[in-house]
Design a protein around this ligand. Structure first.
Ligand code: SF4
Ligand code: SF4
Length: 327
């Protein structure tokens, strides 16, 4: 990538921050972060995930390479980070490694993939680790099949661990820079296994990260966060340090519609990652210039609601703020 793009990308990022502080609702800067969903289908059935529990109302699909290219070409000059996942398992898209190669070769943002890695062939796993991806985050919330599958319903722990070992071997043998991360969500049933998981990750030369459980993903727009926490209380671990919602009355100000854009598999846009209701998405025509999407009336509404310039009943950000849905 050309040096001048590093500079213009950096300046765009600085302008992102400035425009957010200024509470601008029509922006001159463009998104610095993109989440593009290669597939919103999944092989697992995690109980608190709208895809896993069947409450995700969006039609299932796999993004085509031609659409990815069309979207990415418009976003790429501004992107610091490209996340290739959202509401499904990205490895179900056979073009995933091609998306990564294409994205890296042209503008080289930091590329992140998050996967459950359960049940995939060595060929698919090898394509991923040998692609120019920067970070592969793998969800493994347990060290025995029994505790792992309590949340990762339908997953196979041995297959995940085998693929992690395989990727780590390739990484070290071929001196790849790709980071591989074991991500663990502490929950009531697996909280005693955190140290063992850390030890296993270390023995496989993997990074390890705790991710605190998020609830209410399928009801953030219709129910208060307090009710979601009560409803899903059986899942939370005992230790306070692993509990995300310490102060649900704190004022949360969202900055997502200023610095990031979220793409569904078919090119429709969302202002953040938590939206699954089709009527809450922002329709987008990717044949038009990026500005017509990024400064569409939908985005302006989102920014005006968040900065308290307007209240729009029924608009997704209004419902979210009123429910403190996404703390
Ligand atoms: S693996 Fe991820 S996308 Fe699939 S059901 Fe579980 S949380 Fe949802
Ligand atoms: S729905 Fe909530 S979290 Fe998402 S962009 Fe709107 S205010 Fe932010």
């Amino acid at each position: 990538m050309n040096f001048k793009y590093y500079i213009s990308r950096y300046l765009n990022y600085k302008l992102n921050k400035k425009e957010y502080k200024q509470k601008r609702t029509v922006l001159k800067s463009f998104p610095s972060i993109a989440f593009i969903d290669p597939s919103n289908a999944c092989n697992l059935k995690c109980p608190l995930c709208p895809t896993g529990n069947g409450t995700n109302q969006y039609s299932k699909g796999i993004m085509k390479f031609s659409l990815f290219k069309k979207i990415y070409d418009k976003l790429a000059p501004y992107l610091k980070e490209l996340h290739l996942y959202n509401w499904g398992e990205p490895l179900l898209n056979k073009d995933l490694a091609n998306f990564i190669k294409y994205a890296k070769e042209s503008y080289s943002p930091k590329i992140v993939v998050s996967s459950n890695l359960s049940g995939f062939s060595k060929k698919r796993v090898s394509e991923l680790i040998r692609s120019p991806v920067d970070l592969i985050s793998v969800s493994v919330d347990g060290t025995t099949q029994e505790s792992y599958e309590k949340y990762r319903v339908g997953g196979n722990l041995e297959s995940v661990l085998e693929s992690l070992r395989f990727m780590s071997e390739i990484k070290h043998k071929e001196k790849l820079k790709t980071r591989i991360r074991w991500q663990f969500i502490p929950m009531k049933h697996n909280q005693e296994e955190i140290e063992k998981a850390k030890f296993l990750a270390k023995s496989m030369k993997l990074e390890f990260r705790i991710h605190r459980l998020i609830v209410g993903l399928n009801s953030f727009d219709s129910d208060s966060i307090g009710n979601s926490i009560k409803k899903d209380s059986d899942w939370f671990p005992d230790k306070k340090e692993y509990f995300r919602y310490k102060d649900i009355n704190k004022k949360y100000i969202c900055n997502f519609p200023w610095d990031r854009i979220i793409l569904q598999w078919d090119g429709n846009v969302a202002p953040c990652c938590v939206i699954t209701n089709p009527s809450d998405l922002f329709p987008a025509n990717w044949d038009e210039p990026l500005d017509s999407i990024w400064n569409s009336q939908y985005y302006i509404n989102a920014r005006e609601i968040i900065t308290s310039k307007k209240r729009i009943k029924g608009f997704v950000c209004q419902k979210c703020i009123d429910n403190k849905g996404f703390l």
